[in-house]
Design a protein around this ligand. Sequence first.
Ligand SMILES: [Zn+2]
Ligand SMILES: [Zn+2]
Length: 707
Amino acid sequence: MNSFNPQYIKIKPLIIVKVKGNSAPEGGGGKSMSMISVTLPDGTVNEYVSGITAGEIVIDIEGRKHDCVAALVDGEQKDFSSILDSDCSVEGISGFSDDGIHILRHSAAHLLAQAVTSLYPDAKPTIGPAIDRGFYYDFADLDEFGESELKTVQKKMHEIARKNIAVERVECSDSELNDLFSSNPYKLEIINDKLEAGDGSTIYRQDDWYDLCLGPHVHSTAKLMHVRLTSVSSAFWRGDQSREQLTRIYGIIEPTKDALKATMSAIEEAKKRDHRKLGKDLQLFHVDEDVGQGLILWTPRGAIIRTCLQDFISEHLTRQGYHQVYTPHIGKLDLYRTSGHFPYYQDSQYPPLVEKDMMAKLANDGCTCGELSNMMAAGDIEGYMLKPMNCPHHIKIYASQARSYRDLPLRLAEFGTVYRWEQSGEISGLTRVRGFTQDDAHLFVTEDQIANEVLGCIELVQVIFAALGMSDYRVRVGLRDPDSSKYVGESEKWDLAEEACRSAASSLGVNWSEEPGEAAFYGPKIDFVVKDVIGREWQLGTVQVDYNLPERFDLQYKGSDGEMHRPVMIHRAPFGSMERFCGVLIEHFAGKFPTWLAPTQVHVLTISEKQVEYGRQIASSLKAVGIRADLDDGDHTIGKKIRMHRKFQPAYMLILGDDEADTNTVSVRARNGDQRAGVSFDLFLEELLEEINNKVATPSLVPPKEE
Ligand SMILES: [Zn+2]
Ligand SMILES: [Zn+2]
């Protein structure tokens, strides 16, 4: 390259020529200027001199102290520097808006790459996108870079940000692009792809650094002061394990100092609540390489939480007229041929279990591994599959009898375990796994019953969320894309089903949104997104209407008219899976579960050997009524016992000394260390059972200490 001479660009001073109303501007020296009409967010139309920039108009609207990072021109995101020469609408994009924070993050990624390349001239920037909670940039040839180097890079970033350097968009020809990035094979690869696809590109430069990018970006590095680098990891070029290994640096940015502070403390809090860490500390679950990645071993303490939740959900299923069923973990390939899960979607499935006889025959015929693998891919094989979905099994239960309209709605529920092949890089704790148990159910209903049944599904979710203190959730209703023809089923039926989902969602009294184009091809759906106590959103499960599978399996019922009709299916797994839901709950409660879910509800601790007998008596009285109680009547000091056991977060500890033993009382210790002394054991037991039976979200048998 080397023909490129980046120059320092000063942010040019702002001159706004504006005329309110329709009178023509008085041009200096009588020279007429060409004007454009610009519609502002409040609907007013101002006249500006043609050639004004979007940023100048934003300043005119918002004042100089605005928090905008770019502009929306006729609904399209543009840099502040973009020149306007025809009538349009203009609006500022606030750094606090979703679009604005995205632009900040992406701009911060550029700043990061500039800082890294100035400190490590050999490092080659590859890609650096904005992500959900911040941004990252992947670098090649940045070896031996660790957490300790982050500080230096961050310092450099702040230094560049303070310089208030203009960020400029430059249009480039194809050959210029190739020249500019000739020393970076990664960028060249991207450029090649873009050029092949017929898409040109632009670069953005700040000072002597530049990056391939379509923008938009902030207009000055000064907008990027509130930035922090958070971690380093490795990644593969283009996510491909067979390609170069890269160093990935993560960071976060916010529009203001206060917002950054709040985000940093939320990250700290999230780290403390990480279910993978708490899962280990509290001994809730285990993943063992010898068993397999993404396959959860529920240890006794975690299994208690899962069982309690399942029992709770089951109780409500029974009340709502569901029938619980059990089905096997595998099914014949033919079953999944009918459902459409095989041979499609093999990428997300464990490979089929080929039948023994068939294997023997193939071996006899001299079939090679390559041939076998091709047959599998094409689906030309007999055997079984680990079930990726419970639906086909439940459908066969429906079809096992002749059904009449009197049987409908038929609601079949199962905590059904399914297996999916997640890429190993995607597997994480309880939330991305390869085997999981859905809180699944399938409802076979008539057209008229859809609305009521969808509502019933949603009511169940509300009850459970309320019991868990998850009052902050929203609902997304996935509808057809009006321009697509990919959907099965008649359009009038869709209208009805969509209306049913809409009205069910709106009856909730929570935030809900319509998402056109987000329906499955077989029917509209409702998704639940819950916000935990520290403000993070978790997508849980779904309720889906389905016109497709009843068709594929030729399901029928006899109507009141004596004719045969096709039922509609509703799939619902509102909490997604027990694994994911428990993962979310561990973080939501930070491991401090409500008494009804706590693996240990009461830990009984004796102060000295004199209370051993009393301790045993108390523990066995608790166990006798079904309380999960543990006893430590060992020789450690009471201080040591408390420290040892509190890390498992029992809802309560009972401290037993001479006074307690003499008067048949207990001293109740809450998780925060507050104590309530001299409580008669009978009273404690009565209150405890009430707290458990009422599923109280926060243990509250010890009143908060008065100041
Ligand atoms: Zn960019
Ligand atoms: Zn299903």
